[in-house]
Design a protein around this ligand. Structure first.
Ligand SMILES: [Zn+2]
Length: 410
């Protein structure tokens, strides 16, 4: 049992991040950990974050969906947590996978406002509608955390304990933290278009954008005066979170001290690996280094490839990198790579084939096809329109029997 719980915690850890390029929803961790009615177990239980990750994955139809958890001091120091949970929580805090704050207050809403990502909530945040009017105007940006037999669900725009609404709408967000041109400037444009071999059914649906204040803050890099700060320290390995605004001053959410402006923030793009319309993995492309993708590369796809795809796709099939703040793909494999260019969400698009050494600057709605059913979708968006059903989305709790939630492991 204990082994299984540890393994689940490790799996959960991979899906938590305060890198706003990768995160897809923000939540007050206490809201989740104290949702006792979810399983009828202990008053506080960290494993419930796994159930919420599953709910987010089901909601987004994205088996790699990532969560930005904020934890207040009252949760972190809660004596009702088991020693195992305190150890895990400490590790998550130190690595910057969750954000520690003295008081949560409106921080969760602030993160949502600055980034455009939705909020997962049990409690009502309407008291903050003065500072964040969208809480009243765009209630669908709050995903109400509720329970169904054996699982958690997310209901956009619903008041606490109200009946679920039938019409589920996307509340994803735009792709990048840096300003993205609407149409990609092509670095390379092949003269002859290849005939269209497959019309993608994929529609890529954006929703909320960062607020203008958020966009301004996100355009800069920030440093905390505490060198070892997991949020804004010099040694942080993850991409950056967003500052807390205290009395109008960009501040460290953890240490509540003013941050220094470390220059303009380099462009950074999230990319999702989509196999047969199911998101399997999400990774960032940063200015630090190009990312090679293929059967066996920085991002290795071989685990998910059937024989036909495996023999078509090269070990190193393509390279993604940042050039002039845009996301650029370079064909490497000899069989070529297809880019589907779309002027807007939901368009079928037109295809451009890249051969060795050919480059293409990806637009906001473009996707890359390495082989039929093996795609890269730039942008942190909900993928809709495919034949995916919730059944195709795997659970992070696959290894944890429900009884683990009730267990007093210590
Ligand atoms: Zn700090």
């Amino acid at each position: 049992m204990r082994f299984e719980v540890s393994r689940v915690m490790d799996t959960v850890e991979q899906r938590l991040t305060t890198d706003i390029t990768l995160a897809q929803a923000v939540v007050d961790l206490a809201d989740v950990a104290r949702f006792q009615e979810l399983d009828g177990g202990r008053p506080v239980n960290l494993l419930r974050v796994g159930m919420v990750l599953d709910a987010l994955a089901q909601y987004l139809l994205d088996g790699a969906a990532m969560l930005y958890p904020v934890a207040g001091r009252e949760l972190i120091s809660d004596q009702a947590l088991t020693s195992k949970e305190r150890m895990v929580l400490g590790r998550w805090l130190d690595s910057g996978r969750i954000e520690a704050v003295p008081m949560v207050g409106d921080r969760v809403i602030e993160v949502a406002d600055f980034t455009g990502m939705p909020v997962i909530a049990r409690r009502n945040y309407r008291q903050y509608a003065d500072r964040f009017p969208w809480l009243g105007d765009s209630p669908e940006r709050v995903l109400r955390l509720d329970r169904r037999p054996g699982k958690a669900v997310l209901i956009p725009g619903a008041e606490p304990d109200s009946a679920p609404t039938g019409n589920v709408r996307s509340v994803g967000r735009y792709a990048t933290t840096a300003a993205t041109p609407d149409t990609g400037d092509r670095v390379f444009q092949p003269r002859a278009r290849q005939p269209q071999t497959r019309v993608s059914t994929r529609a890529i649906e954006p929703a909320a954008s960062p607020s203008s204040l958020g966009a301004t803050l996100l355009a800069r890099s920030w440093r905390c005066s505490e060198d070892l700060c997991p949020s804004f320290g010099a040694d942080r390995e993850l991409g950056e979170p967003v500052p807390r605004l205290l009395k109008g001053v960009p501040s460290c959410p953890r240490h509540e001290r003013p941050l220094t402006d470390a220059g303009s923030r380099p462009a950074e793009y999230p990319v999702a690996v989509v196999i047969e319309d199911t998101v399997r993995l999400r990774f960032p492309v940063t200015a630090a280094a190009p990312v090679h993708v293929g059967r066996d590369a920085d991002i290795s796809l071989k685990l998910w490839l059937h024989e036909g795809a495996s023999s078509w796709i090269a070990d190193r099939h393509l390279t993604l990198e940042i050039i002039d703040s845009g996301l650029v793909v370079t064909g490497v494999g000899e069989n070529g790579t297809v880019v589907w260019h779309r002027g807007g969400p939901g368009e079928a698009g037109e295809s451009v084939r890249l051969y060795e050494g050919q480059r293409y600057a990806l637009g906001r709605h473009d996707s890359i096809e390495l082989y039929t059913g093996v795609e890269l979708v730039p942008g942190n968006r909900r993928v809709v329109g495919g034949p995916v059903s919730a059944r195709d989305v795997l659970s992070v709790l696959a290894d944890a029997p429900t009884v683990a939630l009730r267990a007093h492991s210590s």
